[in-house]
Ligand binder design. Structure first.
Ligand SMILES: NC(=O)c1ccc[n+]([C@@H]2O[C@H](COP(=O)([O-])OP(=O)(O)OC[C@H]3O[C@@H](n4cnc5c(N)ncnc54)[C@H](O)[C@@H]3O)[C@@H](O)[C@H]2O)c1
Length: 298
């Protein structure tokens, strides 16, 4: 069955980011009305100007602020009267090492990646109830089923989000909701650019990163044929799921791939340099703001 986007209301968090903006563009091109939520004001303005049609709403909101989220959803309700598809997509990661980062930054990462999707979902229920086909979808991550040593809080948040989505599918599924997660591996977006220049987890670069369009295709499949989980790269998902059957082996297996990952990360950084997204200053890589904006919307 093909999902009919016409006049459906999509509420997308992290809408100004790499995956979020590609999702909004795909849905709007098929006739959906978009409620775009993000804290990035300039990114939202640039997204809305790129969306076909006029019946869209962009609302700047820090998703870790519960009152601001409630206000944002009130705006969505006032404008559209319902939400058909809620996509919890906002997220962040940090290359700060666990033993050096502040307690506040640990709380912040958990708050953005795990608590805020649950708060948004809870507060969106009255609007989802107005839909004849309510969907709750989340962008999790392959990091939601496989731990990466450099990013334990990202792992915690995405393992938690994956679990919550599976439980919500069991709970709200009995009331006609379709609940599901998309679990991408490394994707070429500002989040990954930042992680690469900050020297994040090299294992993500064993293969060249996929594009936001690949993640969007997984969302389209999810909408056409609902499932509790969809993986943009099915082969990787099987590999990590098999390795997770023997978690005691992870520490001995992963170092075997580290050299290949580091070479992949170096290649990726050089590709960012060629695209004008990043440059090397001394022995450090840094992002170039202008190049970043151009590369995301080109
Ligand atoms: N890029 C990857 O390699 C990758 C891989 C797997 C999963 N993901 C997940 O995909 C989702 C989208 O990420 P992306 O890759 O497009 O990254 P991105 O950085 O391009 O987009 C993330 C967006 O979330 C917004 N955001 C972050 N914190 C916020 C807050 N407190 N309030 C409001 N908005 C906030 C940012 O402003 C940004 O626009 C995230 O959940 C991420 O964890 C990404």
């Amino acid at each position: 069955m093909t999902y009919d986007y016409q006049a459906r209301v999509f509420c997308v968090t992290g809408a100004a980011g790499g995956i979020g903006s590609a999702l909004c563009l795909m849905a709007a091109r098929r006739g959906a009305r978009i409620a775009a939520l993000d804290r990035d004001v300039d990114g939202l303005a640039s997204l809305v100007s790129a969306l076909p049609g006029k019946d869209h709403l962009a609302h700047a909101v820090d998703l870790t602020d519960d009152d601001a989220v409630a206000q944002a959803l009130q705006q969505v309700g006032a404008r559209f009267g319902r939400i058909d598809v809620l996509i919890n997509n906002a997220g962040m990661t940090s290359a700060e090492r666990f033993d050096q980062r502040s307690v506040a930054s640990i709380r912040h990462e958990l708050s953005v990646n795990l608590i805020s999707p649950m708060v948004v979902t809870r507060l969106a229920i009255p609007l989802l109830e107005q839909s004849d086909d309510p969907r709750i979808l989340s962008t999790v991550s392959l990091g939601g089923i496989f731990p990466l040593g450099e990013t334990p809080m990202y792992t915690a948040s995405k393992f938690g989000l994956r679990g919550a989505m599976l439980a919500l599918a069991m709970d709200l599924g009995t009331r006609g909701y379709q609940v599901g997660s998309v679990l991408p591996s490394a994707t070429d977006t500002p989040m990954l650019w930042q992680e690469a220049v900050d020297g994040g987890n090299s294992l993500q670069f064993l293969d060249p990163p996929q594009q936001p369009a690949d993640v969007v295709r997984a969302y389209q499949r999810m909408l056409d044929k609902p499932r509790v989980e969809r993986y943009p790269k099915a082969s990787e998902s099987w590999l990590v799921r098999v390795v997770m059957l023997m978690p005691q082996r992870i520490q001995t297996l992963l170092p075997l791939f580290r050299g290949r990952g580091e070479r992949g990360m170096e290649r990726y950084l050089r590709s960012l340099q060629e695209r004008g997204v990043a440059t090397r200053v001394g022995d450090q890589w840094v992002l170039l703001a202008e190049g970043s904006t151009h590369s995301m919307h080109s």
